[in-house]
Design a protein around this ligand. Structure first.
Ligand code: ATP
Ligand code: MG
Length: 252
């Protein structure tokens, strides 16, 4: 097996005495699409934030390309984050800026590209997410699905090696969710990225995952290909897949 692109090793994290991650370990291979599922408040977003070094583990290690993030200085960490494209919950677009300026933002900030180069790169990114003729619009003037696409276009502008999506389809209707899930599959393949997605929509998870992992009480309790995951004999996993109120899973 090749070296993992991302390796979480025995990660522990508490906030104000509350343990959120407890001995969490998982390896993600180069080019893999991993989906992490789990109930609300189980630490999914916290896990993603560890992967980009926005949070540090209390114990354990986060290793990306054989480099332990704990050993990086702020300057290194900033350069390191450029290798990631992130599309977090609800897109987090700047509403005071046009779509064009939103996508150009990371390019202006992190590169010395000329105006012409920026224009060309923004065009390419918009093409990659199948958006046309919306450059001058404000995010607030677009539909929810289109806003997600703009967020994705911004996430890929610096040609990242790793894409992270936190709840990319939350708040979208089932049809648009499916379209957005298709787009994630397409981007992952075309851009050849290692992709980590968080969702609690199992249909989306099974569509985009090479491997699904379920987070429960701070640990990965099940992982496998979508087929393996669906066949899991773990009653917590089965309850989550079926979305049943009755079972071992309760509100935390
Ligand atoms: N910076 C922080 N300071 C204090 N507590 C935090 C912080 N970040 C997360 N938490 C807590 O950690 C727990 C897990 O949060 P997290 O955002 O990872 O959940 P999640 O699995 O992403 O849930 P959701 O599905 O609702 O997005 C929650 O109890 C949350 O309140
Ligand atoms: Mg979250």
């Amino acid at each position: 097996m090749s070296e993992p692109k991302i390796s979480l090793q025995h990660v522990y994290k508490s906030f104000n005495g509350k343990e959120v991650l407890r001995d969490l370990s998982i390896d993600i291979s180069p080019g893999e699409s991993l989906v992490i599922v789990g109930g609300s408040g189980t630490g999914k977003s916290v896990t993603l934030k560890h992967i980009i070094g926005l949070l540090q583990p209390d114990r354990g290690h986060v290793v990306v390309d054989n480099t332990d993030l704990c050993c990086m200085h702020a300057v290194e960490l900033n350069a390191f984050r450029r290798r990631f494209g992130m599309a977090f919950q609800e897109g987090a677009l700047f509403d005071s800026m046009s779509v064009f300026e939103n996508i150009a933002f990371p390019l202006r900030r992190h590169t010395k590209m000329s105006e012409d180069e920026i224009r060309q790169r923004v065009e390419e990114c918009l093409e990659d997410v199948h958006l046309h003729g919306v450059e001058k619009r404000r995010p607030s003037e677009l539909s929810g699905g289109m806003r997600r696409r703009v967020g994705f276009a911004r996430a890929i502008s610096l040609k990242p090696e790793i894409l992270l999506f936190d709840e990319p389809t939350t708040g979208l209707d089932p049809v648009i969710s499916d379209v957005v899930a298709d787009l994630i599959v397409e981007m992952d393949e075309k851009l050849n990225t290692t992709t980590v997605t968080i969702t609690h929509d199992m249909k989306v998870a099974f569509k985009i995952a090479d491997r699904v992992a379920m987070l429960y009480r701070g640990e990965i309790i099940e992982e496998g290909t979508p087929e393996e995951f669906q066949r899991s004999e773990n009653s917590i996993v089965q309850q989550f897949i079926e979305g049943r109120a009755q079972g071992p899973l309760t509100e935390e």
